[in-house]
Write a protein that binds this ligand. Structure first.
Ligand code: ZN
Length: 110
């Protein structure tokens, strides 16, 4: 019971911290359709720490799947660009990694 309340609280604060948007496609979301995404996937060693959680729409969450953030952003640089802009409270190393992946992806596309 407590765990569920805790989870709801985490979702609400993450949602707020992300500007009520999907941090990957920047779509404005309602709390009811927001999903919590683990930037560094749980299945690949990520944690439930707030610095690893962002708000995402269902489509982006699905698109990202169990990709590492750098893999996801290399494939979809637009998602990385939005992430840099909107995922304000994620861990600093995640942001640094995103910046690197996005600039690399754009450099390769040019
Ligand atoms: Zn999205």
């Amino acid at each position: 019971m407590l765990a569920r309340q805790e989870k709801r609280h985490v979702k609400r604060s993450t949602f707020r911290d992300c500007g009520r948007r999907c941090v990957y496609c920047s779509t404005i979301l309602g709390l009811d359709i927001t999903t919590l995404d683990h930037v560094f996937p749980l299945s690949r060693g990520g944690t439930n720490a707030p610095g690893n959680l962002v708000a995402a729409c269902q489509q982006c969450n699905q698109l990202k799947g169990s990709l590492l953030p750098q893999e996801f952003f290399a494939r979809y640089p637009w998602a990385g660009a939005n992430f840099i802009r909107y995922a304000r409270v994620v861990h600093r190393t995640l942001k640094r990694g995103a910046r690197r992946a996005v600039s690399l992806a754009y450099a390769q596309a040019a």
